[in-house]
Design a protein around this ligand. Structure first.
Ligand SMILES: [Fe+2]
Ligand SMILES: [Fe+2]
Length: 149
């Protein structure tokens, strides 16, 4: 698949969720620096998809992109929340919200649940897709914290 086709494929996979009024609420909350949770989730979805492509990983593209885009679907500003254990708790909150609002496969739920591993010790990524999102989220978060684009 050439780059142009890959970009078209990514757009096709992300559009419905990305334009949904419920996921658009993530634009209200700041993730790191000046980046919204929505933009962070979009970055993680995009980089996860292209990372898997570059490594020629045979992944479930639908689950990868949906799980990546919803991985931080916890719907509050964690800076205001006063929860010092936000890092531990938010994957479960995101899974619960995502299952409430969308039809999630077990693999998609697993991607969200395990994305903070190894912080959440027992929630180990159990699929290739979950491992990719777990890794890419850390890279994106670090870049945002260092305030690079
Ligand atoms: Fe997260
Ligand atoms: Fe994240």
């Amino acid at each position: 698949m050439n780059r142009k086709l890959e970009h078209a494929r990514f757009q096709k996979l992300i559009t419905e969720l990305a334009e949904d009024g419920r996921t658009l609420r993530m634009k209200r909350y700041i993730q790191h620096s000046n980046k919204s949770t929505y933009d962070h989730c979009m970055d993680v979805a995009r980089h996860s998809f292209f990372f898997a492509k570059r490594l020629h990983l045979r992944v479930d593209e639908v689950a990868l992109v949906r799980g990546a885009f919803l991985h931080d679907y916890y719907l509050y500003d964690w800076h205001d929340h006063g929860d010092h254990l936000h890092g531990y708790h938010h994957p479960d909150i995101a899974v619960a919200n995502a299952c409430r609002d969308f039809q999630l496969s077990e693999k998609e739920a697993g991607i969200i649940r395990s994305h903070m591993w190894p912080l959440t010790l027992t929630k180990v990524p159990t699929s290739k897709e979950a491992a990719v999102v777990c890794f890419v989220d850390k890279v994106c978060s670090l870049r945002e914290t260092l305030n690079r684009k």
